[in-house]
Design a protein around this ligand. Structure first.
Ligand code: GRF
Length: 201
């Protein structure tokens, strides 16, 4: 059975695009019900429309509170019977309204090997720290910043010549390969034991 998903973005949407491509090819057994952006000018919105996917965009500031903003999102998610929320460069923290409605069913991708370098500009943080390896992490979202249970990770070398841009490119390539595979794994069933994600298959 195909899982019904919504993809949340804020920007260019290259991860979103690679997921839509995998869905189109039949590699990822999912149906993307809609793409949401909290920014009206996110370039990813047009890309989603090219795939014939419904898009919505509205910002927190258009509502009297974050709760009201998320309540509207929840209304859309329920209307479309969405089972999983897939964040792909969505720059807002997920609040209680959505976390309570989708416990361990909101997924994110982050450009570092968590728990190292959570938050913004993870690639720069990794370079500044001087690590020899970095990569990306797919994880469930909880109430912290990039702290939820880890679903999958991929690793790359950091070369002394790397800049923030070159390392970001290297990691992004890994992200596009990792994200759909990680989703496929959890769609086949999983349970959470402590912090550990145990796949059923
Ligand atoms: C990616 O690096 C992702 O890991 C991070 O934000 C970036 C989004 O890029 N959460 P894109 O919009 O998918 O191209």
């Amino acid at each position: 059975m195909k899982k019904r998903i919504a993809i949340f973005i804020s920007g260019r949407g290259s991860n979103m695009r690679s997921l839509l491509e995998r869905i189109k090819k039949g590699d990822l057994k999912a149906q993307c019900e809609f793409v949401f952006s909290d920014r009206h000018d996110a370039p990813g919105l047009q890309k989603a429309q090219h795939y014939g996917v419904t898009t919505y965009s509205f910002g927190v500031k258009e509502f009297s509170s974050k709760e009201r903003y998320e309540a509207e999102l929840l209304r859309l998610l329920q209307k479309h019977q969405v089972e999983f929320i897939v964040c792909a460069g969505y720059m807002k923290l997920i609040g209680k309204t959505l976390l309570d409605a989708y416990p361990y069913r909101i997924v994110n991708i982050h450009p570092s090997l968590l728990p190292a370098f959570p938050g913004l500009r993870a690639q720069k943080q990794a370079l500044d720290y001087g690590v020899r390896y970095s990569g990306c992490t797919v994880h469930f979202i909880d109430e912290g910043v990039d702290t939820g249970p880890i679903i999958a990770q991929a690793v790359c070398e950091v070369s002394p010549k790397d800049t923030e841009e070159s390392l970001s490119r290297k990691i992004l390539k890994l992200e596009h390969e990792l994200y759909w595979r990680a989703l496929q794994k959890i769609f086949a069933g999983y349970e959470i034991k402590g912090r550990r994600v145990i796949f059923k298959r």
